[in-house]
Structures are given as C-alpha cells and as structure tokens.
Design a protein around this ligand. Structure first.
Ligand SMILES: Cc1ncc(C[n+]2csc(CCOP(=O)(O)OP(=O)(O)O)c2C)c(N)n1
Ligand SMILES: [Mg+2]
Length: 327
C-alpha cells in the first residue's frame, strides 16, 4: 500500500490520468477495430490487445525519449502506449498512405522508429534479437538508452528469444525482455509447454535478474519496469520481467476462445486492468467518476476521428512499392 502511494506521488495526478487515458484508448481502439473488421470494412487480419493494457502502458511509462521498443503480432497496444498517434495507427490498419508505415505494414507491423518503436515483427520471438542488437548499438555508441522487447509466453520458448537474452546478458546490454504471459500461445496453455510457474526464473540461467508481477495492475507494472529499465540504463545489464495477464479477446480474428478453461476464465475475467486502475484513481482522489467519464468520451471521439481520417486517406499507388527501399 505504502509503495503504491509512493509511486502515485512520483507520477503525479496528470501522468496518472494520462496513463488511464492511454489504457482506455487501447481498449476502445480495439473495440472499434473489431467491428470494422467484422463488418468487412477493415482489410487484413488482427490480433488484439484487450485485457493487456496495463502491460504496455506500465512499461512504456517508464521509458525515455530515445529508448526503443520491439513488439509482436499483437502490437496495437504497444504502439499506442509508445505514443504513435491513433490516426497513424488506424490508417496503418487500413493500409493507407497516412499510416505509420505508409500502409505497407498493416496491423502486425505497426511501428515508427521516430517514436521509439521499430515496426513490429510477427515472427514469434523475432523481435528479441533485433532489440538485443539495438541495445548493443546503444552500448557501443555510449547512448543513455534502453531497448525493450515485448514477447508472449509462447515466444519465451523460441530459440530466438534464448539467443537474444543470452547475448544481451553476456554483453551486459541495456535491454529489458518483457514476457506478457497471457497463459496461452494461440490455443496452447502455457502449462503444456513449460515446466515452471514463473517464466522469469529462466533469468537465472543467464545470470541476470528475473521478476514476475501481476500484469493487470498498471502501477505494479510501472514500478517493476521502471526499476529494471533504470538499472539497465545505469549499466546494470538486462533483465527479464514477466507480466501475468490475460487476453480478453480471441487470439486473432473470429476466434471463439473455446480452448480457454473455465478456471482461467473465472479467475481472470473479473481482473480487468481498466476498472482496477479506475478504482485506485477514485479511492485516492485523483479523479471523480465524472472526470473518468469525460476521459472516456474524449477517447471515443478521438477514435471516431481516427477512423474517419483513415477511411478518407489515400490508398498507396503501385509505384509506392519501390519507395523506402534500403539498398
Ligand atoms: C515462429 C512462428 N511460429 C508460429 C507462428 C504463428 N503464431 C502467431 S502468434 C502465435 C502464438 C504466440 O503466442 P504468444 O507468444 O504467447 O503471444 P500471444 O499471441 O499470446 O500474444 C503463433 C503460434 C509465428 N507467427 N511465428
Ligand atoms: Mg501468450
């Protein structure tokens, strides 16, 4: 309790409300996107982030300008939390030229290096070695920055993840590997493919620090991430941060989630990170209910604007295929 009050004081009311707004923006963005997709208005495919908002927002709040994150096939929340504009994210999902990757990436490749997030890598575990390389470049160039890899519980079993953490630890790089353990890799429960309860214990095999926290409490996530990111920034090397969370939506489009066990659902569905944070804000006098309602309304109109913007934006033309090549 005292710790939480300390963190809230450190952040201050304006930042706390901004964090709440970003969590709501992610949730409402996903809700809009789901309807647009099911109505056939939005092209491509989608992997949504509903339920994991506290992870992206808590970690990204602990970053500074110049830090870089890498994300996965499920990147909408990371992109919004890192500060990519709703319009640029929405337009990217529509494949429009005004999108953050000029419409060439789509849902699974959201990113904008100028905002501190390279385009997401949909190969499971695939962003971790790139993040390690970025951390190596920060160290070689003596930059005061940290690189953060977001991966899932499934990705934590990939060779690429192991190679990246091993290289980062051997070279004491300024990196943080965040495992968002939402209990399932597609339809496979984590307990079927891992023999440990806390995936962070694997940090011991690399001689680095590993921490597991409740990932649906944004303040707990922030506190843990801040400490490990600051440690990496100050030469303390990389760590693994496991965030225990739950995806409240299907793995990808039209997934009926029939594989989710009743026990998991009964335990996790009441633990929605947004009402959890709202309660903290209300109980500590950071806002009253009407203040939170106003934030929600503001977020909705920003998202509606983003949808209209994306719809009205131009499609790429065939010649655009040859633009932005690195040769
Ligand atoms: C190397 C690789 N194998 C398989 C896939 C297909 N695939 C996409 S997402 C996914 C599950 C990933 O689970 P997890 O890492 O837990 O992330 P989550 O979907 O839960 O966010 C799989 C198997 C892929 N994209 N890349
Ligand atoms: Mg998972």
């Amino acid at each position: 309790m005292d710790d939480m009050l300390k963190i809230m004081k450190e952040l201050g009311n304006a930042r706390l409300l901004e964090m709440y707004k970003t969590m709501l923006a992610i949730r409402h963005f996903e809700e809009h996107v789901r309807y647009l997709f099911l109505e056939g208005i939005m092209p491509g495919t989608i992997h949504q982030y509903d339920g994991q908002e506290a992870c992206a927002v808590g970690v990204c709040e602990a970053l500074q300008e110049g830090d870089i994150i890498g994300s996965t096939h499920r990147p909408h929340g990371h992109a919004i939390a890192r500060g990519i504009e709703l319009k640029a994210a929405m337009a990217e999902l529509f494949g429009k030229t005004t999108g953050c990757c000029k419409g060439k990436g789509g849902s699974m490749h959201l990113g904008d290096l100028s905002r501190g997030m390279f385009p997401a890598v949909a190969i499971v575990g695939g962003n971790a070695p790139i993040v390690m390389g970025i951390a190596l470049s920060f160290k070689m160039q003596k930059k005061p920055n940290v690189a953060v890899s977001f991966v899932g519980d499934g990705a934590a079993n990939e060779g690429a993840f192991h190679e990246a953490v091993n290289m980062a630890s051997a070279n004491r790089l300024p990196a943080l590997f965040v495992i968002e353990n939402n209990l399932y890799g597609a339809s496979t429960r984590v307990s079927l493919v891992s023999n440990v309860d806390d995936l962070s214990v694997r940090a011991g095999a690399y001689g680095i620090e590993g921490v597991s926290v409740f990932g649906n409490d944004v303040l707990e996530v922030y506190a843990a991430a801040k400490r490990l990111i600051d440690k990496a920034r100050n030469g303390g090397g990389p760590s693994i941060l496991e965030l225990k969370t739950f995806r409240r939506c299907g793995h990808s489009r039209r997934d009926a989630r029939l594989y989710i066990t009743k026990e998991d659902s009964d335990y996790w569905m009441p633990l929605d990170p947004i009402p959890i944070f709202a309660k903290v804000l209300l109980e500590n006098g950071v806002s009253d209910q009407s203040g939170l309602d106003k934030i929600s309304e503001a977020v909705d109109s920003e998202i509606e604007e983003a949808v209209e913007y994306a719809k009205a934006s131009p499609d790429p033309v065939p010649e655009d295929v040859f633009a932005d090549f690195w040769v």
